[in-house]
Design a protein around this ligand. Structure first.
Ligand code: B1M
Length: 233
């Protein structure tokens, strides 16, 4: 899609560079993505802006062509790896606010689902906002979630699902927590591309979070509410 030999990334203006990053992400060019992220940082771009405009923006195009059968799993995997390489440069920068700890979240992708980019992004943003995050990774059965929230004494349980076939598993987790009488001990936040607000309500989550920024804001709101309730009670 791009003619790499002829392009010197640092000579592109910001708009051209972001466009080139979308192409490079599409082509799974990890080193080019790393270089471009560093160039934008040197130019004074905020890490969050690089994340959303250059990386998530590029991944959206990959997603569309995957859906339409233009790209296949191996190509999408390369794109995902390039995206992760870019994210790992931004991670420490997003996390270095030094804010006092807001609370603790255990997060993981549900059983049967191996998508983790969105979850990783949520983890990064939550850490950046001062939350302690315990990331359980992908493909988590209910037992793993429950063991971790109890062991870690978490305030929040976050679940991610990217497949319409795996999102119902979130209800399995919440129902199991209800059966064990521990549901109300935790704030439960859910997210992932196929979910919506209605689904979040229907399965008994506290909130559906459209993206990582919303996850942070929602977590802060619920934590503050909890602290106020504790102070009042
Ligand atoms: Co998959 N995949 N994939 N895939 N993949 C989707 C999800 C799909 C929509 C593509 C498509 O057809 N258009 C489609 C699902 C269709 C459906 O369910 N109806 C699909 C499919 C079908 C599959 C396979 C079944 C393909 C196959 O094997 N034939 C297979 C499933 C494997 C499995 O899980 N068992 C599969 C595999 C893969 C790859 C391994 C190749 C790769 C994953 C690599 C990885 O994650 N390490 C992959 C990718 C990359 C995608 C797309 C292209 C991109 C997902 C992504 O990373 N988006 C995706 C298409 C799409 O979503 N448009 C697709 C970027 C990310 C930043 O966004 O994850 O939405 P997102 O996260 C956002 C929000 O949703 C929210 O915040 C994030 C940041 O803003 N959020 C949360 C997410 N989790 C949250 C948790 C929270 C809060 C907010 O908790 C508090």
């Amino acid at each position: 899609m791009s003619d790499e030999e002829d392009i010197i990334l640092s000579e592109l203006d910001d708009e051209e560079l972001v466009q080139q990053m979308h192409d490079d992400l599409y082509d799974g060019l990890k080193e080019e993505i790393e270089e471009a992220v560093n160039i934008l940082l040197e130019r004074g771009w905020e890490p969050y802006r690089i994340l959303t405009e250059a990386l998530v923006g590029g991944m959206t195009i990959v997603g569309q062509d995957f859906r339409d059968g233009i790209l296949f799993v191996p190509e999408v995997l390369l794109a995902a790896n390039a995206m992760k390489a870019g994210m790992s440069i931004l991670k420490p920068l997003l996390a270095e606010t030094g804010a006092p700890k807001m609370g603790k979240m255990v997060i993981g992708t549900v059983k049967g689902d191996i998508h983790d980019i969105g979850k990783n992004l949520v983890s990064m943003m939550m850490e950046g906002a001062g939350f302690e995050v315990v990331d359980l990774g992908i493909n988590n059965p209910v037992e793993d979630y429950i063991e971790a929230i109890q062991k870690e004494e978490a305030d929040i349980l976050g679940m991610s699902a990217l497949l319409t076939t795996t999102m119902p598993y979130m209800k399995v987790v919440i129902d199991t927590m209800k059966e064990q009488g521990i549901r109300d001990d935790y704030i439960i936040l859910v997210g992932g591309a196929p979910l919506n607000e209605e689904f979040g309500k229907a399965i008994g989550a506290d909130a559906y979070c459209r993206d990582a920024a919303v996850a942070v804001e929602t977590a802060k709101t619920f934590i503050t509410r909890r602290h106020n309730q504790a102070a009042a009670g």
